[in-house]
Write a protein that binds this ligand. Structure first.
Ligand code: C5P
Length: 229
């Protein structure tokens, strides 16, 4: 007898929509595992740079991505990203690493390697997966698919405040431009472009605080558990 795979809640959308915060809270509330798929692309970009690999070298970067042993650990209420037992949290959270990640994310070899890595995070009792293609490509059978959107202005401002809190200084205008460029790259690429799954619930978070978004999504989770949709 084969047991059914662990349930997944897929949360997709562009950066600055509040996905990360929402997913960490959801995973905590449900006692489920958490996958920050963007961090995987960031780790590949960071390690590629460290090894002097060209960001366009698909075959080599694909092989690098296949060897990663990544874990998310909760330390003092925050999530740390560990790779092959090294804490890479500070390295991967910079804006330049995010921009480099969106370039390596367009390489089919990297996406194929990380597809396997991402599926490995699916374990009982369940997984909350944060990304761009969780509902469309990685976990198409997710129990619930949520797609968060927000205006570019709201997203840039949110990201600005987040970085400021972390002690990172950036200009709002630069951030807005970076977000715009990253959106174009993520939506226009041929492999796994950023788009909502046809069966995703779209939530616009432009005028919603994190608590409101969290409550809204918890209601969707309860609806699914009760057999609605
Ligand atoms: O979410 P985060 O900003 O950390 O993601 C960094 C980059 O990784 C994104 O801009 C996107 O290009 C890429 N990414 C992706 N697919 C995912 C998650 C992230 O292509 N599932």
């Amino acid at each position: 007898m084969t047991s059914s795979p662990a349930p997944v809640i897929a949360v997709d959308g562009p950066s600055g929509t509040g996905k990360g915060t929402l997913c960490v809270r959801l995973a905590r509330r449900l006692g489920w595992h958490f996958l920050d798929s963007g961090a995987l692309y960031r780790v590949v970009a960071a390690l590629a740079e460290r090894s002097g690999l060209s960001p366009g070298d698909g075959p080599r970067l694909g092989r690098l991505a296949a060897t990663l042993d990544i874990a998310f650990r909760e330390v003092h209420g925050g999530i740390r990203v560990h790779c092959n037992n090294e804490d890479l949290t500070e390295v991967v959270r910079t804006e330049s690493c995010g921009a480099a990640a969106s370039k390596v994310a367009a390489l089919p070899e990297v996406r194929a390697a990380l597809l396997v890595v991402q599926k490995g995070f699916r374990r009982a009792p369940g997984l909350v997966a944060d990304g761009r293609d969780m509902g469309t490509v990685v976990f198409p059978d997710a129990r619930l698919k949520v797609f968060l959107t927000a205006s570019p202005e709201a997203r840039a401002e949110r990201r600005y405040n987040q970085l400021k809190q972390q002690g990172i200084n950036v200009r709002l205008a630069t951030l807005r431009q970076d977000i715009g460029e990253r959106d174009v790259r993520d939506s226009a690429r041929t492999v796994s472009p950023l788009r909502p799954a046809t069966d995703a619930v779209v939530v616009d978070t432009s005028d919603l605080g994190i608590d409101a978004v969290f409550e809204r999504v918890l209601c969707l989770v309860s609806d699914r558990d009760a057999g609605g949709g």
